[in-house]
Write a protein that binds this ligand. Structure first.
Ligand code: ZN
Ligand code: ZN
Length: 174
């Protein structure tokens, strides 16, 4: 079943606003495009605003995805808050297709929900913000404690050391 919202009521007069729950199965396109599987069903809300000659649809909610921590590779369940707003016009004679259309008093939400969640997914999921990750030498999960390997040389510092060397070589004064 596609996600949709009925607008017969809200479209009657400008300034009217209604809020309805966002619920149902996640759109198939979203399941396909998301790098991580979505857990459970959609939950959130849809706020519809009659802006006069258009309807504004604002989605918000929270998706749960089953991801893998980008540092320690442990499975992690992430709550991903999402929000997106889009304007629609009724498809009628003279409709200009630069606008998104709704027909027969129904706004289809699948595309908007898909976009909203994809935009909200983190590029690198983390099990917690300060995850220590794996030791690059022995592979131990450093969240369980230190492993005793020599710390890897931090490239930021060696770059900085190189910069200092260049600065030192510059002639002083103007
Ligand atoms: Zn982690
Ligand atoms: Zn180690």
């Amino acid at each position: 079943m596609p996600m949709e919202v009925r607008v017969r009521d809200v479209k009657r007069w400008a300034g009217r606003r209604i809020t309805v729950p966002l619920e149902g199965d996640w759109p198939a396109a979203l399941q396909e495009l998301s790098e991580w599987p979505l857990v459970g069903r959609a939950s959130g809300q849809v706020v519809l605003d009659n802006g006069g000659d258009f309807l504004a649809v604002a989605l918000s909610g929270e998706a749960v995805v089953g991801a893998e921590c980008g540092r320690c590779l442990q499975p992690v369940k992430l709550d991903v808050p999402f929000a997106l707003r889009q304007e629609y016009r009724e498809d009628e004679p003279g409709f200009e297709d630069e606008w998104l259309a709704y027909r027969q008093d129904v706004v289809e939400l699948d595309d908007l929900v898909t976009q909203a969640v994809l935009l909200a997914l983190p590029e690198v999921p983390l099990c917690r913000p300060d995850c220590r990750g794996l030791c690059p030498t022995c592979g131990r999960d450093l969240n369980d404690g230190p492993c005793g390997c020599a710390p890897p040389q931090d490239e930021r510092w060696s770059a900085l050391a190189g910069w200092h060397a260049i600065e030192a070589k510059k002639p002083q004064g103007d």
